[in-house]
Design a protein around this ligand. Structure first.
Ligand SMILES: Nc1ncnc2c1ncn2[C@@H]1O[C@H](COP(=O)(O)OP(=O)(O)OP(=O)(O)O)[C@@H](O)[C@H]1O
Ligand SMILES: [Mg+2]
Length: 383
């Protein structure tokens, strides 16, 4: 069996020696080390390690900066941080940088090897399933989730679709383009430091490093660009910003999901026009169905209807039948999500997506089914 190639990075020679001596076994091979200096990235690229161990004392910033660059430049390389002490305030930064494991001295061969194997395995499955190795040529699939009414489940569907796709091993990002009241972060239980408005104000929309630095990384593997923290910051984000962000992210993700506000704004239209698939969410009430019908007509006149798929959320028996909805909308409905107030609300309140919190529930299974449908449909369309 091929040994896992490990590179060590750090500035403390004694520590480096100590780590190196722990790597003498039949599962891992030490392939080189570098100081944490301006040449480290170049050296890492030439060594192509499976796992990089960054030894750090108090200067976490340099280690985290390097981890971010490795995540982008060497897909397939898992980063482990090995520190003298661990400060809980670091957790968020560590997650954002895509670091797989944080370990602490003193450590023995067995624990270190186990963690190296696990980090390598996680990164390898991400690569195999998502084919990130071809990231430079990666053809991203862009999906806009839209709906003609508020509160009908757009965000619920975006978030759960994203996590389901990530669980399939896809590399997934979510952009919250509901700029005034976007709450994707609530569904993921994250409190972002920066949002899409800082990204747009800083003229960083075309800089993938800046985008990745600003994204929140959920433990499911989904990366998120959150909506502005307050509605007045929405004005800093232009349709051009949205388009630039999407185009900059394209080579790096299998799927980019865009959650939207229930309005036909320039922002929503930009998202729709740049998408391969539009999921138009509706529910079983007359006024939403009416608005959905109007939306379908508008999408048709804008030549965006062909890529649109209807999803009926909160489906319950005893209300308007599926057959009648199809007749009214003059569309085939291939995807429905069951109504389950308790499961949806519990997951929402906990900030844990339904497909993780209650994967066996009917609504959880429907959301997973939708993810499978999306993968089949969109891949068929793109290729
Ligand atoms: N299938 C479902 N069964 C029961 N409740 C659901 C279902 N899907 C979503 N909900 C609940 O409906 C509420 C609104 O959902 P969500 O925030 O996803 O809607 P939205 O369309 O994004 O709203 P907005 O337009 O305000 O952004 C939430 O409380 C959510 O938990
Ligand atoms: Mg929403």
């Amino acid at each position: 069996m091929e040994k896992i190639k490990v590179m060590i990075v750090g500035n403390n020679d004694n520590r480096i020696y100590e780590i190196k001596s722990l790597l003498r076994n039949d599962k891992v091979a030490f392939i080189g080390f570098s100081k944490l200096d301006e040449n480290v990235l170049e050296k890492s690229i030439s060594l192509k390690p499976h796992v990089m161990i960054i030894q750090c004392e108090d200067d976490y910033k340099a280690a985290i900066d390097l981890a971010e660059k490795i995540y982008i430049k060497i897909p397939g390389c898992a980063v482990i941080l090995l520190c003298d002490s661990f400060d809980v305030n670091m957790i968020e930064k560590v997650m954002l940088a895509g670091i797989r494991k944080v370990l602490q001295f003193p450590i023995d061969t067995e624990i270190l090897t186990e963690n190296i194997e696990l980090a390598h395995y996680m990164e390898k499955s991400r690569m195999e399933n998502s084919d990130v190795s071809a990231s430079n040529n990666m053809q991203s699939r862009i999906i806009t989730v839209f709906g003609a009414k508020g509160g009908i489940g757009k965000t619920t569907i975006t978030v759960n679709l994203a996590v389901s796709l990530a669980k399939m091993g896809k590399k997934v990002a979510v952009i919250d383009a509901d700029l005034q009241f976007g709450d994707v972060n609530v569904y993921f239980d994250i409190d972002p430091k920066d949002t899409i408005s800082e990204l747009s104000q800083g003229n960083d929309a075309g800089d993938i490093d800046a985008i990745k630095r600003l994204m929140a990384l959920h433990f499911s593997g989904v990366s998120i660009i959150c909506a502005p923290k307050s509605p007045e910051y929405a004005e800093y984000v232009s349709p051009k910003n949205i388009e630039t962000i999407i185009n900059t992210m394209r080579p790096f993700y299998d799927y980019i999901l865009i959650d939207t506000a229930p309005v036909f704004s320039d922002i929503t239209m930009t998202a729709i026009e740049n998408s391969n698939l539009v999921l138009l969410i509706s529910v079983q009430d007359i006024s939403t169905l009416r608005n959905t019908k109007i939306t379908l007509n508008i999408l048709e006149s804008l030549q965006q209807k062909e890529k649109t798929e209807l999803v009926i959320n909160r489906l319950t028996k005893g209300l308007i039948s599926l057959k009648d909805m199809q007749r009214v909308l003059n569309e085939t409905i291939k995807n429905t999500i069951a109504f389950d107030f308790k499961t949806a609300t519990t997951a929402h309140n906990k900030g844990i997506p339904i497909v993780l919190d209650a994967p066996k529930s009917e609504v959880g299974k429907d959301l997973k089914k939708l993810a499978n449908y999306v993968v089949n449909t969109i891949d068929h369309r793109v290729s």
